[in-house]
Write a protein that binds this ligand. Structure first.
Ligand code: DGL
Length: 282
């Protein structure tokens, strides 16, 4: 990541990044809990999905997106994408930020999600549905075992689920086949699972169908509320960062794909109309 600018003390929006529409499920909860802040959402729809890509590619794409958000005045960026949190967060925090922007911060969403499960599971058997990249990274078992070494974690990659959402086919009858298949696979591998984490920010858009195939008594957890609560706590503990977050309630949405398409789909997901800008990354 090249140095993008000298440090500015001008408050900016909180950046929220995802490979596409999925991060909107996180944004929705964040802006409901913290409506006073300004937000700049970036969806890299032109290059979605990230979930099937290599570590190096996800890292490079994520760096470009973070760099763009910094260039737009963000001091704090949330990677509202598990795949990017799993594959790029650590390198960005440890390698890139100290070199180019030591005052800025980039936060992921796996840790805040994991923190909530200790009180939820009784059987101590947890399932994770996520992209291939997130499952292969082993990030969920690693993070869960740091906090709850006794919990048994089983992961299932669902490579078709993000494309179903990105193509707006997530409510179509065809979606049921792929949803049932992965829920069944997960539960067949561990029948004691009583809690399933939706470890991909796109998946809450499939939740009605997912719940149809999950037996009663098994809880399905989404991430938005936990991430929003964790951000609120972070800002309270870091007044210096809070001061760098603008608070005029402005929201701006950007996409690397067509702005009209993003506008149409995102307005549907958010159930409100929004303005969208097309951006090009370098
Ligand atoms: N929404 C991203 C996540 O949480 C998924 C992405 C993708 O495959 O592009 O992992």
């Amino acid at each position: 990541m090249k140095d993008i600018s000298h440090f500015s003390n001008v408050p900016g929006p909180i950046g929220i990044f995802d490979s596409g529409y999925g991060g909107l499920t996180i944004y929705r909860e964040i802006q409901e809990l913290l409506p006073q802040y300004n937000y700049l959402y970036l969806g890299d729809n032109a290059r979605t999905p990230y979930g099937t890509r290599s570590f190096d590619v996800v890292y490079e794409f994520t760096r470009q997106c973070v760099k763009y958000l910094f260039s737009q005045g963000c001091h704090l960026v949330i990677l509202a994408c598990n795949t990017a949190s799993a594959k790029a967060l650590r390198s960005i925090q440890q390698v890139d930020l100290p070199a180019i922007s030591p005052q800025n911060r980039v936060l992921g969403i796996i840790r805040p999600t994991v923190e909530t499960i200790g009180d939820v599971t009784r059987s101590r058997h947890v399932g994770v549905l996520a992209t291939e990249g997130t499952i292969k990274s082993n990030s969920y078992p690693l993070e869960i075992h740091k906090l709850f070494p006794d919990i048994v974690v089983t992961g299932e990659a669902c490579p078709m689920w993000v494309p179903l959402v990105e193509t707006c086919e997530h409510k179509s009858p065809g979606a049921d086949y792929f949803i049932k298949r992965h829920v069944d696979n997960l539960l067949a591998r561990d029948s004691q699972i009583d809690t399933i984490i939706l470890g991909c920010t796109h998946y809450p858009m499939l939740i009605e169908k997912i719940k149809q195939y999950v037996p009663q008594g098994v809880r399905v957890l989404t991430q938005g509320a936990a991430v929003a609560a964790s951000l609120k706590d972070y800002l309270a503990r870091h007044p210096e960062m809070d001061a760098l977050c603008a608070k005029d309630g402005r929201r701006v949405f950007c996409t690397t794909e067509s702005d009209s398409r993003f506008c149409e789909q995102a307005s549907r997901f958010l159930e409100q109309s929004i303005d969208v800008m097309h951006v090009t990354l370098d």
